[in-house]
Ligand binder design. Sequence first.
Ligand SMILES: O=C(CO)[C@H](O)[C@H](O)COP(=O)(O)O
Length: 220
Amino acid sequence: MNPKQLVGEEAAKYVKNGMVIGLGTGSTAFFAIQKIGELVKNGLQIKGVPTSKATEELAKSLNIPLLAIEDVKRIDVTIDGADEFDPQKNLIKGGGAALLREKIIASVTDFYVIIADAAKGSEVLGSFAVPVEITPFAKEITMAQLKALGCQPVLRVKDGQAVVTDNQNYIADCKFERIDEPAKLAAKMNAIPGVVENGIFAGMANVVISEDGNGGLLSL
Ligand SMILES: O=C(CO)[C@H](O)[C@H](O)COP(=O)(O)O
């Protein structure tokens, strides 16, 4: 089985009848959502909370009932992907530009399940450039302030245009050599006025499930 499907289906085992489920974004979360769609088709009763417009469309296509964000108080389980994780389950997320909604939803989640290729694991975060959602207004100032924290910010561009998030912001990808104190760096980034949110998810994940390269499962 495709490793993404393997971990996606494993994560779907956390989903139980009556739960509110956060639905992540990306090519790994896709398989968990597909499995949840199958379970719903077979009678499972849950309500989903999507972390992006793309995931909302996917969930709707699978007839997964969704909860309006205004009605969300707590979420039982969220299943999402990640771009990098360390042994303490700190994460870098936002490769798919959905980090703001993902972090809001993670912040009200009781049990946060991360699914990712084992190759995304590192002893110390920093291999993946930290995606940072910034306001389009004064992006040059914000990127200079991010640079002062020790990274090389690059505005994310697609087809010659700045990538616009679901929240109408931009993404600056900030490559650090190594991130020894993820929570501190996250706080420093968020102290910059033009930063909406950063892609460091420190101390949020309850479990990280990956595939061992031989069809087996690993979990942190
Ligand atoms: O954070 C994310 C989107 O903002 C994704 O979870 C992350 O980029 C991993 O995606 P994939 O499973 O496709 O590798």
